[in-house]
Write a protein that binds this ligand. Structure first.
Ligand code: ZN
Length: 382
């Protein structure tokens, strides 16, 4: 079940305003999706997420498979009831985590054999297994298993060597075969949700084009752009962002995986992306880096020690409504739990609100002016 309504397009860019209807609710796009790796957005309650306007969150197939395991997930009827979040959920395929195990895993056409990082058990991940797990999780959007083509080649293992076109092609072609197998398993299990295909092809536009054409021929209800934000220089990422999203079917949702900074999101929207996810707002919150309308702020900086002002005077989040920079600085210095909690609320609120402002600008036909103001504000400094 997935319906995508394209409500408006910006005549001066590829930006779009859309609406995604899923089994657990409606998602207004463009949207940012907070990441809930282990069935929780770190340090933030579902109620808080709801208050700040989160419409869809991510769950991580690999980690939930390891712990608590599928028997527990099955007994709860899926991830929604288990984590007490009744709005839409997107799950990744688990491929990226398996791939990240490095020497602990072996990739073949059939799938990936690896040792569990939790207890050392010998395990096997294939397109079919990934879809079986995601079906148990009952996520509103499931992802095909793909092989994330790295920016730096691992085969041969010469550190610093950029993946060649030949390596990227062979990886992309396997991902296409895995897309077919994922789709077949999804249909066999009669999964009532939606499955997205993932465009790969490394930093090569020609390969990206082939990948997307073949995926479009398979008629997925939505498409993701994978293999970006994997350690490549920023200009390489921008080159792929300027190539792939706008070439995907206009009447289907487009998801740019794992990107990025506030500037990356706004650029992504301009390039025709509808959906984003990234650990940056929550991870940076835990490191004391806060995003604000007027640039990024490090709460550890001594200049905040006596500052009675809020993090961001224009922000309506719980952390900005009642707490001073001096207090947040103090919490951080003392290593108090409340510090990353409040910082995560603020950063997620910032990302969600940024996307809300983008949607409003698109509706009002002033996206170009919005982007100019956004850049000027962010460059001003806090
Ligand atoms: Zn705030």
């Amino acid at each position: 079940m997935l319906q995508f309504d394209l409500l408006q397009t910006d005549p001066a860019s590829h930006a779009r305003r859309g609406r995604l209807t899923l089994n657990h609710g409606v998602v207004e796009t463009p949207i940012f999706m907070p990441v809930g790796t282990y069935g929780t957005v770190k340090g933030v309650t579902p109620r808080s997420l709801d208050d700040m306007g989160a419409q869809i969150i991510l769950g991580n197939t690999f980690h939930l498979w390891m712990r608590p395991g599928l028997d527990v997930m099955q007994s709860f009827g899926g991830l929604h009831a288990f984590e007490n979040w009744n709005q839409p959920i997107l799950t990744d395929s688990g491929g990226f985590q398996v791939w990240s195990l490095g020497a602990m895993r072996k990739i073949s056409e059939e799938g990936v054999r690896f040792s569990s990082p939790v207890n050392g058990d010998k395990l096997f991940m294939s397109p079919e297994v990934s879809i079986q797990i995601q079906t148990t999780l009952n996520s509103d959007i499931a992802m095909q298993l793909d092989e994330c083509t790295p920016y730096l080649s691992v085969e041969p293992r010469t550190k610093g060597q950029i993946t060649t076109e030949r390596e990227a092609r062979s990886s992309m072609e396997m991902s296409l075969r895995w897309a077919k197998r994922s789709q077949a398993e999804f249909a066999r299990l009669e999964n009532p949700n939606a499955l997205f295909g993932i465009v790969q092809g490394g930093m090569f536009e020609g390969l990206r084009q082939e990948s997307l054409e073949q995926l479009v021929a398979m008629d997925f209800p939505g498409y993701a752009v994978g293999g970006v934000s994997v350690g490549e220089p920023k200009d390489e990422m921008l080159r792929i962002m300027a190539h792939t999203p706008q070439r995907l079917p206009a009447h289907k949702p487009r998801y740019l995986m794992g990107v990025g900074t506030p500037e990356d999101l706004v650029e992504g929207v301009a390039q025709g992306v509808d959906m984003f996810d990234c650990v940056m707002p929550t991870r940076n919150a835990r490191n004391g880096t806060l995003f604000t309308r007027f640039g990024d702020l490090k709460i550890r900086n001594a200049r905040h020690k006596t500052d009675h002002g809020p993090l961001d005077a224009s922000c309506t989040c719980y952390a900005c409504a009642g707490f001073s920079r001096a207090y947040l600085h103090h919490l951080d210095r003392c290593g108090e739990m409340l510090s990353p909690m409040l910082s995560s609320i603020h950063n997620l609120h910032y990302y969600l609100n940024l996307m809300r402002e983008v949607r409003e600008a698109l509706e009002a036909g002033r996206f170009g002016a919005f982007v100019a103001q956004f850049k000027a504000d962010r460059g001003r400094g806090v």
